[in-house]
Design a protein around this ligand. Structure first.
Ligand code: MN
Length: 304
């Protein structure tokens, strides 16, 4: 029996974008990341709609790759339908990468360039293959790895959820092992932080995935934070322990919710307490006060 150990999710606007068009879902045993695109606010609409679709779709008796593919196809139908009736969202779309933990294994399904990784035995493996222009060029030998990393069109994807009436989903199963950590992320992480650095952060915080996601987002911001950054992680425990961390009763978390103002401090878990904590606010005040004193002394000193 596959049991989920810890899990955590976090999204951040980054340092260059004004809005966050990413969304994620933590609804154990289902985890997902969506990275929306489109004019004005359409990217947000697309990723949010797709994320919500994952949660209230009943895939019937389907299991495995068929189940995940059907969930993503339903998300596709909803985003496409909305784009057709609402001209302000015309042409919108989103990436979607889903991991579903089943007894038969970890089912991964994806469309676009949001990736799933596996960290196991001190190594990191990229499980998904980007549906992107740059990856096509890379595979056909027209670009080197170095050129691909800095290519101006590296965010152009060749497949998206919502842009067409139907979508082709890649889905497959990974056999889990105790101690595995699975990571799903948007390109805002992978463009800014290379795989080796992702691995070292996850290894360092293997037993505290909330801290791991926090550190990964921070690393992406240190690397430039050029895009929205979203990271979802979950670990595989040794055995199912009913009543102990019972995930079945966990409320699903979809981020963002209706209000989409958020800061770097936002995480799914901490969300009810988002904002500047009182402690931090007073620290800010003290620092401001000390600065004011310093400036006054400086001015006074110069004027003498
Ligand atoms: Mn992105």
């Amino acid at each position: 029996m596959t049991s989920i150990g810890g899990y955590a999710g976090r999204t951040d606007t980054g340092r260059k974008r004004r809005r966050n068009e990413d969304a994620y879902v933590i609804a154990p045993p289902l985890f997902a990341v969506a990275d929306g695109m489109g004019g004005a606010q359409a990217g947000e609409v697309a990723s949010k709609l797709a994320a919500a679709a994952l949660e209230d779709t009943d895939p019937g008796r389907l299991t495995g790759p068929e189940r995940v593919a059907s969930l993503i196809q339903e998300a596709n139908r909803r985003v496409h339908e909305r784009a057709n009736i609402d001209p302000s969202t015309s042409g919108m779309g989103t990436t979607m990468t889903v991991a579903l933990v089943e007894d038969g294994g970890i089912v991964i399904g994806h469309v676009g360039d949001s990736r799933a990784y596996l960290v196991r035995d001190g190594r990191i493996e990229q499980l998904t293959e980007d549906h992107s222009l740059v990856n096509e060029l890379l595979k056909s030998g027209k670009l080197s790895r170095e050129e691909a990393d800095t290519h101006p069109q590296r965010s152009v994807i060749t497949r998206a959820v919502g842009t067409d009436p139907d979508v082709d989903v890649d889905s497959f199963v990974v056999q889990p092992r105790e101690g595995d950590v699975y990571l799903i992320c948007s390109d805002g992480l992978t463009d800014m932080v290379d795989d080796a650095d992702i691995l070292s952060v996850v290894e360092r915080h293997h037993d505290d995935l909330d801290q791991a996601t926090k550190q990964l987002v921070a690393a992406a911001n240190r690397g430039g934070g050029e895009d929205n950054i979203t990271v979802v992680t979950f670990g595989i425990g040794s055995e199912a322990r009913p009543g102990d961390g019972d995930t079945a009763t966990m409320e699903a978390i979809v981020f963002p919710e209706a209000t989409d103002e958020h800061t770097e401090e936002n995480t799914a878990v901490e969300r009810p307490h988002a904002g500047i904590p009182p402690g931090r606010a007073s620290v800010v005040l003290v620092v401001l006060f000390l600065l004011a004193v310093l400036v006054s002394l400086l001015v006074w000193g110069l004027m003498r």
